[in-house]
Design a protein around this ligand. Structure first.
Ligand SMILES: Cc1ncc(COP(=O)(O)O)c(C=O)c1O
Length: 224
């Protein structure tokens, strides 16, 4: 998963998958338009997910896409997402539990138009990062998250990391009280009520990041 649009350390993950005989599945929902060592995120895994939800880099109103280079897998995904109906001239038989996950044509058309605008959307996101960077670089106690080395990020969500996490809630309250909608990172899943009793590893890094990160407004005023 490429958090906030920043490509994850894919070389290391690929190596780990090879060592442990695991299949790499990429969740590139946040990282459309981001590149890892010159290759687009969402093109590394056996199967990859994209989101075109309203809050993403481009939108079709809702929905997303499954990406794969494996033809057999693509056919199977298509089968499952189109109700798993066995092709037949008149008979309706479904050979598995299927889903109606088709994207309506109208939404797909919106997506095509959005794709044309994507370079400009990403340019605006990156310009916004530069503006934030100018301010943050002169401020102590806080860093703006930068794209990893050898990567190009879409900067989907602008991210501040606080040196002292004790101030997080005070800063969030101040910003929101003053009309600057800012938010903490999503509550980690192991902290959610329904998953609290599930097995878990040591998640101290997650917990520490959860306490020290703030996402600040990330949608720039449109280019004319
Ligand atoms: C990493 C990640 N995966 C999946 C999703 C879900 O995407 P959708 O809203 O299209 O179901 C999101 C949505 O924010 C996301 O950030």
């Amino acid at each position: 998963m490429h958090t906030f649009g920043h490509p994850v350390a894919l070389d290391e993950l690929i190596k780990l998958c090879e060592e442990l005989n695991l299949v790499l599945v990429e969740d590139a929902a946040e990282s459309l338009g981001s590149y890892y060592k010159g290759k687009h995120t969402g093109s590394f895994g056996k199967v990859n997910a994209m989101s075109f939800n309203g809050n993403k880099i481009i939108t079709t109103g809702g929905g997303g896409a499954v990406l794969t280079n494996d033809e057999k897998f693509a056919d199977y995904a298509k089968h499952l997402t189109t109700t798993a109906k066995v092709p037949h001239k008149w008979d309706y038989v479904h050979d598995e539990i299927g889903y109606n996950y088709r994207m309506p044509n109208i939404n797909a058309e919106l997506g095509c138009a959005q794709l044309e605008k994507m370079p400009s959307f990403i340019r605006q996101k990156r310009n916004l990062t530069e503006k934030y960077m100018q301010i943050v670089s002169k401020t102590t106690g806080v860093q703006l998250f930068n794209e990893p080395v050898d990567c190009i990020s879409n900067y989907w969500l602008q991210t501040l990391t606080l040196d002292d996490s004790h101030y997080r809630d005070e800063i969030l309250a101040f910003l929101n009280d003053n009309g600057v909608m800012s938010r903490p990172i999503w509550t980690p899943m192991h902290k959610l009520r329904m998953y609290q009793n599930c097995p878990k590893a040591d998640l101290s890094v997650t917990e520490q990041l959860n306490q020290s990160i703030i996402n600040i407004p990330s949608t720039p005023v449109s280019e004319v």
